[in-house]
Design a protein around this ligand. Structure first.
Ligand code: DC
Length: 217
C-alpha cells in the first residue's frame, strides 16, 4: 500500500492546503475524502435522489455517473463527464455532504473507493474526518489539524467569495453534525499529532508535519 499519512480535522482547518504542500515535498499523491461525500451529494441532487434514502444513496456510490480523480492541485469530481469540482466547493454542498455522511450505509459504500486511492506503491496522503480512525487506522503518520472557528470561517469565506457570517454558521452546524454522529465521528486519533493552525503560516504547519514524519518514512 505504501506510506500513508492521514490528516483529519474540522471544516476549513487547512487540511487540503497542507496535504497539497506535503504531497509536493514528499512526492506522495493526496486525496480529499470529503470530495467523495460532496460528489455523492451533488450527484444525488442532480439525479433527484432522496437525500434521506440511505439505500438509494449507497447504490449511487457505485454508479459510473460520477467519479473522483486525484491530481497534484486538487481532488477533482466529475459528474456525467463534466468537471464539477468548483461547484461542489460551496459551503451549501458541504452541508449536504455532512447530512448524508451520517448514514452508515453511505460510509461503508464509500470506504473501499477511498482505500483504493492507496493501492499505489507511492503511498497516500488522505485528508478528511475519519481517515486516521476508520479509513486508514494503520497509517504510519496521523495528523489532526484544528483552528479557531472564526479564523476558519474567515479563511473559507475569503476563498469562496462568500459571506463570513453565513459561512461561520454553516460550518458550526457541520462540525457539530460531523463530531456527534454515531458512525465514524470526527475525533482525534489517539496516536495523532495535533496542530492548532490559527497562528501558524502554511509553511509553519507543513514544517511541523515534516518533523513529525521524519524518521518514519
Ligand atoms: O472536508 P470537506 O469539507 O470537503 O467534507 C465535507 C463533508 O463530508 C464533511 O462535513 C463531512 C463529510 N466527510 C466525512 O464524513 N468523512 C470524511 N472522511 C470526509 C468528509
Amino acid at each position: 500500500m505504501g506510506f500513508v499519512i492521514t490528516i483529519d480535522g474540522p471544516a476549513a482547518s487547512g487540511k487540503s492546503s497542507v496535504s497539497r504542500e506535503l504531497s509536493k515535498k514528499l512526492n506522495i499523491p493526496w486525496v480529499s475524502t470529503g470530495s467523495f461525500y460532496r460528489g455523492l451529494g451533488y450527484a444525488a441532487i442532480e439525479s433527484k435522489i432522496n437525500l434521506q434514502d440511505p439505500i438509494a444513496l449507497s447504490e449511487l456510490c457505485h454508479s459510473k455517473s460520477w467519479k473522483i480523480e486525484m491530481t497534484p492541485e486538487k481532488t477533482l469530481v466529475w459528474f456525467n463527464e463534466k468537471n464539477v469540482t468548483d461547484l461542489i466547493a460551496q459551503e451549501q454542498v458541504g452541508s449536504v455532504a455532512s447530512q448524508i455522511s451520517h448514514y452508515p450505509e453511505v460510509r461503508q459504500s464509500l470506504l473501499d473507493h477511498q482505500r483504493n486511492c492507496a493501492t499505489d506503491r507511492n503511498g497516500l496522503i488522505a485528508e478528511g474526518r475519519d481517515c486516521g480512525t476508520v479509513v486508514f487506522p494503520h497509517a504510519e503518520v496521523k495528523i489532526y489539524l484544528t483552528a479557531r472557528s472564526d479564523s476558519r470561517a474567515q479563511r473559507r469565506a475569503q476563498e469562496l467569495g462568500a459571506d463570513q457570517q453565513v459561512t461561520a454558521d454553516l460550518q458550526k452546524q457541520r462540525d457539530t453534525q460531523d463530531s456527534t454522529r454515531k458512525t465514524a465521528p470526527l475525533s482525534i486519533p489517539h496516536d495523532a499529532l495535533v496542530i492548532d493552525t490559527t497562528e501558524l503560516s502554511l509553511e509553519g504547519v507543513v514544517q511541523k508535519v515534516l518533523e513529525f514524519t521524519n524518521g518514519k518514512i
